[in-house]
Design a protein around this ligand. Structure first.
Ligand SMILES: [Zn+2]
Length: 262
């Protein structure tokens, strides 16, 4: 216990200058390989609990979109594992260590490759900006931290679900712990850049979030509950659109013109 508290105190000092890709100060205790381990464990558990889609056309389509984006992630792993889960919810997630999960229901809302790239870009942006690390670190800095560490060491049950929720699997494991509004806005904007750099049309991001909103009760908390109003979100995206369009054009000139089909 003493060692854990000491670690927390030292780490607080050590990470005082950690910043997100958009320049925001972050609390981040955990080294990348430890976050990757947590991500792999959370992914393994999700795979155990949820069947994967076996339709090769569908999985090939989702992989095509993801594979266009993942090489652009700075400091990201070389290989990413992409699984389409056979579940009607319109949701997706990405985890540290290069894991991406897309739920079948998302494809009813993300109607084009560009719209699917919007969601996958958003999820990967959460990983690139180390939002999971930030949330696990914040939890660790509280009294709950000791229980969390036990869960990280291979525990089961509620604490394990809490760790998964902190990594962004909240809706999936039934623990409602959405990313903060700040983190969501950051993921929108970093994701916009990512999709554009991969050669997907960033203008379709606005349509995707409109579709997601129109889904009403079908849309999961990850995308809606902590979000600014739809108008604010659209305004934020549009403010960055010129920059994103320039990245999109540059991608096309460099031959990054993905053509993913179902
Ligand atoms: Zn998000």
């Amino acid at each position: 216990m003493h060692r854990s508290l000491l670690f927390a105190a030292v780490a607080t000092v050590a990470v005082a200058c950690a910043t997100s890709p958009l320049g925001r100060q972050q609390l981040r205790f955990f080294p990348g390989d430890q976050m990757a381990e947590m991500g792999a464990a959370a992914f393994a558990q999700t795979r155990k609990e949820t069947p994967a889609v076996s339709d090769p056309a569908l999985t090939g389509y989702v992989k095509c979109v993801a594979d266009a984006i993942t090489p652009l992630v700075e400091g990201g792993p070389e290989t990413w594992e992409v699984v389409v889960f056979d579940d009607p919810q319109a949701n997706a997630f990405a985890l540290p260590g290069g894991k991406i999960g897309v739920y079948r229901g998302l494809l009813d809302v993300a109607k084009t490759q560009h719209q699917l790239a919007t969601v996958i870009g958003h999820e990967i942006a959460h990983v690139q900006a180390e939002h999971g690390n930030e949330r696990v670190s914040t939890a660790y800095a509280t009294e709950a931290g000791l229980q969390l560490v036990q869960a990280l060491a291979g525990g089961q049950g509620a604490q394990n679900d809490n760790v998964m929720a902190l990594l962004g699997l909240g809706a999936q494991v039934g623990v409602l712990l959405p990313f903060s509004r700040t983190q969501e806005t950051e993921a929108d904007l970093i994701g916009l850049d990512l999709m554009a750099r991969a050669g997907f049309d960033p203008r379709e991001s606005v349509q995707l979030w409109q579709n997601m909103g129109a889904g009403g009760n079908g849309a999961p908390p990850e995308f809606l509950s902590t979000h600014p109003s739809h108008g604010t979100r659209t305004d934020d995206l549009n403010r960055r659109m010129d920059q994103a369009l320039a990245l999109y054009q540059e991608a096309q000139q460099q031959g990054r013109t993905p053509d993913c089909r179902r």
